[in-house]
Design a protein around this ligand. Structure first.
Ligand SMILES: CC(C)(COP(=O)(O)OP(=O)(O)OC[C@H]1O[C@@H](n2cnc3c(N)ncnc32)[C@H](O)[C@@H]1OP(=O)(O)O)[C@@H](O)C(=O)NCCC(=O)NCCS
Length: 220
């Protein structure tokens, strides 16, 4: 899965990606998964799919990327591919639906449509595997993620009281993907996203709001 215009690539996560994924996890979630959890998911969970998002090979890096790059270069054993990881996605297959277990973009790369690219990938993969719905959990305080999910048709379906370790509830959200009308909507969203990525369109969101409502705990 590649976005041709900018060569952003989404490919299955490999064990060698885990150090970078864990580092992004730590920047994205206060209670991130340890490397062992990712390793377990990749080795033993047959009904899970994990993906990484790679930045374009030699594209200009944001200024804020420089410290991150220094960190990446200091990690022994990281290959060129693993150094390009800037986001990831986890998808679990349930009986009639898929469940998004995690999704994150490195903070330096947010607001460019890449979270959308990951979510679109989850929806398109689910649809191709003939699942009827996609579900997830989100914190009521994570307004940024909720806006992203609503843009793709997710609706509130319930609450898991005190789901997170600090006691915050989780909101359950779901979208049905097996209707023709939804597939047409997804195709239109993909076209708009491709346009946005190829034109380097800036975020509509004020940078001061970038972190508003971001998930302060852990996974979805
Ligand atoms: C949630 C997350 C994946 C979004 O990724 P992103 O690359 O920044 O988002 P995108 O640039 O693709 O934006 C897509 C949509 O998300 C919403 N969004 C993104 N940034 C936003 C902001 N600062 N304020 C409000 N809405 C925002 C909007 O709906 C946006 O669509 P629009 O630009 O047409 O309005 C990213 O913020 C992240 O990694 N957060 C930390 C981890 C996390 O909270 N994961 C979700 C757990 S449930």
């Amino acid at each position: 899965m590649t976005h041709e215009a900018l060569s952003y690539t989404i490919r299955p996560m490999e064990l060698g990606d885990i150090p970078t994924v864990v580092a992004i996890d730590q920047l994205s979630f206060p209670t991130p998964w340890p490397a062992s959890s990712y390793a377990y998911e990749l080795k033993h969970r047959n009904a899970s799919f994990y993906y990484v998002l790679l930045k374009p090979e030699e594209n200009g890096e944001p200024r804020s990327e420089q410290g991150w790059r220094r960190w990446l270069l200091s990690v022994p054993g990281l290959g060129k591919q693993e150094r390009r990881v800037i986001g990831y996605l986890g998808l679990r297959l349930c009986s009639s639906e898929t469940h998004i277990s995690t999704i994150a973009v490195h903070p330096n790369w947010r607001g460019k449509g890449l979270g959308e690219f990951l979510l679109l990938t989850a929806l398109e993969r689910s649809w191709k595997m003939e699942f009827g719905a996609v579900t997830l959990e989100v914190r009521p305080s994570n307004q940024v993620a909720q806006r992203l999910y609503r843009k793709y048709g997710f609706r509130f379906t319930g609450v898991h009281a005190g789901y997170y370790r600090d006691g915050e509830d989780a909101w359950l959200m779901a979208v049905e993907i097996d209707q023709d009308a939804y597939r047409a909507r997804l195709a239109e969203l993909r076209r708009n996203l491709e346009l946005r990525l190829s034109n380097h369109l800036p975020s509509k969101h004020d940078s001061s709001t970038t972190h508003v409502g971001q998930n302060p705990e852990g996974k979805l």
